[in-house]
Design a protein. Structure first.
Length: 151
């Protein structure tokens, strides 16, 4: 099997359908394809893709508001997990946030999602507390996590 050659870059409209397909199989309440298309075109959003040639390995999205970036979703295709792609996507989002002079990044994560929590901690995020009943399908609390971006 050949080794993946991952390129991290901004999502284009041409990749929206692949991102949507991964969104649907990853999340219980996925964003719509129309919402993802809007995110690809709106400068307040930044969606990154991890591409192996023409094949989507993962993606991550962020909304810029004030002085922070709000990470909305991070997903890696099952076949591509445990290969550093999630870390690469998070680093790419951080670079974009710094380029926009953001002072920090914030996200919510299901309290049961130990794999994602571990990734975010490795990326330097701190747990600020629990937001009860944040998620539905199934109902569950969310940890609020933050990373300050200082030089």
């Amino acid at each position: 099997m050949s080794r993946m050659q991952i390129e991290y870059r901004k999502m284009t409209l041409a990749e929206v359908s692949q991102v949507f397909a991964l969104e649907v199989i990853t999340f219980s309440e996925p964003w719509s394809e129309a919402d993802l298309r809007k995110a690809a075109e709106d400068s307040l959003y930044y969606y990154a893709v991890a591409m192996d040639g023409e094949k989507l390995c993962g993606y991550a999205g962020m909304i810029f508001g004030g002085e922070e970036g709000q990470i909305t979703n991070v997903a890696v295709a099952e076949y591509a997990r445990r290969q550093g792609i999630g870390m690469g996507l998070m680093e790419h989002l951080e670079e974009q946030a710094k380029a926009r002079d953001c002072s920090g990044l914030v996200l919510e994560v299901r309290e049961s999602n130990a794999r994602a929590i571990s990734l975010y901690e490795k990326c330097g995020f701190s747990n600020l507390g629990l937001r009860p009943r944040f998620y539905r399908n199934p109902e569950e609390g969310a940890y609020i996590m933050e990373k300050l971006l200082t030089e």
